[in-house]
Design a protein around this ligand. Structure first.
Ligand code: NI
Length: 231
């Protein structure tokens, strides 16, 4: 979920080392970051749409990842559950946190950085309160109560925001990075944030909750921006 300002991508030079024979499931990559620092990064091929595969780099050191925008098929795909919390998932979550804070945003879902896995990060304090930093795999909203109506934006739809109705309070269940069950009771902004990010895992945008008229106005503008290469 967006919190004003815009994303500035980090320039990367990438060297791929492909094992011989067969499609690699995982590979080591030397990544030269904008600072000139070289880090080891891992990539895993990710199916973004039928017949296409993309590589998303993650790094064991913090690395900012480009954020996918409205129109990208990865954002309309239902993401797969995470089966094992391995080193890839831990590094992915760390990279997502860094990317979320830099954007700046208060929530980020893995599809937004091109990975269709059920993983999300939130921090409604924008880094000010460490206990607000949440990483959750396979999140499920198991209870909802009340209603709130407030302004909502999205890092994947920069410069657009609208009022969206969400539950006032929710309970979210999921798995932590140390493979423990998480049960989180959330209200107000955190409840809104979880609803927004869990929607991303199901290929849903906040636009999909608007009236047909409002949604039509915004999607027409977005289509023009995409067509004119301004997106
Ligand atoms: Ni969003």
């Amino acid at each position: 979920m967006a919190l004003g300002a815009s994303w500035v991508p980090l320039a990367l030079a990438v060297e791929l080392h492909m094992p011989r024979g067969g499609a690699p499931r995982r590979m080591k990559i030397r990544t030269a970051c904008g600072s000139g620092r070289v880090v080891e990064a891992a990539a895993r091929p990710v199916a973004t749409a039928p017949g296409s595969v993309s590589l998303v780099l993650i790094s064991e050191e913090s690395m900012l990842l480009p954020i996918e925008k409205y129109g990208s098929p990865v954002l309309r795909t239902v993401s797969a559950p995470i089966k094992n919390i391995d080193g890839y998932v831990v590094a992915l979550a760390q990279n997502m946190l860094e990317t979320m804070y830099a954007a700046p945003g208060v929530g980020l879902a893995a599809p937004q950085i091109g990975v269709n896995l059920r993983l999300l990060t939130t921090d409604v304090s924008s880094g000010k309160e460490p206990h607000q930093r949440i990483i959750i795999a396979n999140p499920e909203i198991v209870e909802v109560a009340g209603e709130q109506n407030g302004e909502e934006g999205c890092l994947s739809i920069p410069d657009f925001s609208e009022k969206v109705r969400r539950p006032q309070r929710i309970v979210v269940k999921g798995i932590s990075l140390d493979e423990k069950e998480l049960i989180i009771e959330a209200e107000d902004l955190l409840a809104r944030c979880f609803c927004h990010e869990v929607d991303h895992l199901n290929g849903i945008f906040f636009l999909d909750h608007l009236s047909a008229i409002k949604r039509g106005l915004i999607t027409r503008k977005l289509k023009h921006l995409i067509k004119d290469g301004k997106w």
